[in-house]
Write a protein that binds this ligand. Structure first.
Ligand SMILES: [Zn+2]
Length: 484
């Protein structure tokens, strides 16, 4: 069935809507496979389609969605009715920042589409990964793989016409065993984005073999390792821990809707205030962070956001000073009005919805930390007096305003007098966000920089799970509270 989406949008603006857009998902597919000790324990396949209509009328949003293409006009009408009903209750009218009227197409790079492969081939690959870690002493082996494929058409009343085709693949292996004290220890591998694409061709067997051997070696050392020492010392975070540190204490803290208080009922707020932009010393001079939605191989890149704004690369923190946020068209206008000055010069293109039946909200794109000039991992270790090198996020607890945090990691190595020593287990560290980033004393170069993905970031009411990325280098922080 062909629907004239632009005609429906015109119908609403003819009835007085200030703005309207529609996102039509002809098909969104997701496969989730889970193998436990060599047995395929779960295979979930979901397939959805539908469209969501967002209307701005009398200063308020209205939204309606349906998976039924036979009642399209009714759904558009309902969105307008919802906006008019909401308009009776608003305290301030919503205004959208200006944008260019765009027409465009985005396709995530993918050479081999996993959905075009027989399911048996994907299961065989998982079996192969399982066999790589099936060794004596390993008590639990988990191999997970989810694949996503979706097409989205977007139209709005300002003339945008956008088509997006997105592929992604999220594989991982986990190994676990009981240590000599009867505590479970675990190592895992979630591959960073190594090549320029996002398809099945990224599943390089030789690469997995090397990584499987590495995590097996780590696990066997963990089982015999002493506990992590406690006290104040340096922590060196590998990218597979640094990405989560950045996610929780830069990414979520700098979502503009949180800063304005919109997420308080669910995901929480932010310690950042509007008056902080342009002057808050967020970290040491070595800290440069950005929201970069133009990284070609990451799930945080999507071409155009759900405001119809083109993907951008924007600085968040420059030389340690807070300069930007993760923004949408609505929130930048509200923030500028509330601050009484122009903090933001337009949307940063970070307004996204996880599905056709959810409203778009501020979401992280790729929240990255730039590589620095403190050399390789070995260079940083060589200049560290006393500390721990930490890898693999294990648990996390974050203040609802992101002002403080506590993380545990899968593994650590002692570092003393510039030397990497033995493995230590049950590692944890904690701190206050600003004190922590201000203690950033070394940032690794490009050789240490990796793009890690997050496939399960939760936010919004009703809840939305989103995929994104973090390009981060190895980083060292000093005088950090370690242990407990
Ligand atoms: Zn998150």
């Amino acid at each position: 069935m062909t629907v004239d989406w632009k005609k429906q949008i015109r119908r609403l603006t003819d009835q007085g809507a200030a703005y309207a857009d529609v996102r039509y998902y002809p098909k969104e597919e997701e496969d989730i496979l889970f193998m436990w000790n060599g047995n395929l324990l779960a295979f979930d396949r979901s397939e959805t389609s539908g469209f969501g209509v967002r209307v701005l009328a009398d200063g308020a949003w209205g939204f309606a969605a349906s998976s039924n293409l036979t009642g399209v006009a009714d759904t558009f009408d309902r969105a307008l009715e919802n906006a008019k009903a909401a308009a009776r209750r608003i305290t301030r009218p919503i205004r959208l920042a200006d944008k260019d009227a765009l027409s465009g197409r985005f396709e995530s790079p993918c050479e081999i589409d996993p959905f075009e492969l027989p399911l048996a081939d994907r299961v065989a690959m998982m079996k192969d990964l399982d066999s790589m870690v099936n060794q004596a002493g390993v008590e639990q082996r988990r191999v997970q793989m989810s694949t996503v494929r979706k097409t989205i058409f977007y139209y709005d009343s300002e003339g945008a016409e956008i088509e997006k085709r997105i592929h992604d693949i999220y594989p991982s292996i986990h190994v676990a065993a009981m240590d000599k004290d009867g505590v479970q220890q675990e190592r895992k591998y979630l591959p960073p984005r190594l090549g320029p694409t996002r398809g099945w061709e990224t599943m390089d067997r030789g690469h997995w073999q090397g990584e499987a051997e590495r995590i097996l070696g780590d696990l066997s050392e963990l089982l015999q390792a002493p506990p992590c020492p406690k006290g104040r010392m340096s922590v060196i975070l590998m990218p597979d821990m640094m990405f989560l540190q950045v996610h929780e204490t830069i990414g979520h803290a700098l979502e503009l809707d949180r800063i304005l208080g919109y997420e308080l009922s669910f995901a929480g707020g932010s310690f950042v205030r509007l008056e902080d932009f342009g002057k808050l010393q967020y970290g040491s001079k070595k800290l440069n962070a950005r929201a970069d939605a133009t990284l070609i191989n990451s799930p945080g890149s999507f071409g155009y956001d759900d405001d119809g704004v083109k993907a951008q690369d924007r600085m968040l923190i420059r030389d340690g000073i807070l300069v930007g946020a993760i923004t949408s068209r609505q929130m930048v206008t509200e923030a500028n009005e509330k601050a009484g000055r122009q903090i933001f010069d337009g949307s940063g293109g970070a307004c996204r919805s996880c599905a056709f039946n959810r409203v778009p909200i501020e979401r992280m794109t790729n929240i990255n930390v730039d590589p620095g000039n403190d050399g390789s991992l070995e260079d940083i270790i060589g200049k560290t007096e006393r500390g721990v090198l930490l890898s693999g996020e294990k648990s996390w607890s974050i203040g609802s305003n992101r002002e403080q945090f506590h993380f545990a990691t899968d593994i650590g190595w002692l570092v003393e007098d510039g030397q990497k020593k033995g493995v230590v287990k049950n590692c944890a560290y904690s701190g206050m966000t600003l004190d922590f980033y201000r203690s950033l004393s070394a940032v690794g170069d490009q050789s240490t920089w990796q793009v890690q993905y997050v496939d399960n970031c939760g936010k919004g009411v009703p809840g939305q799970v989103m995929q994104l990325g973090h390009g981060v280098p190895v980083c060292r922080f000093d005088h950090v509270k370690v242990g407990d």
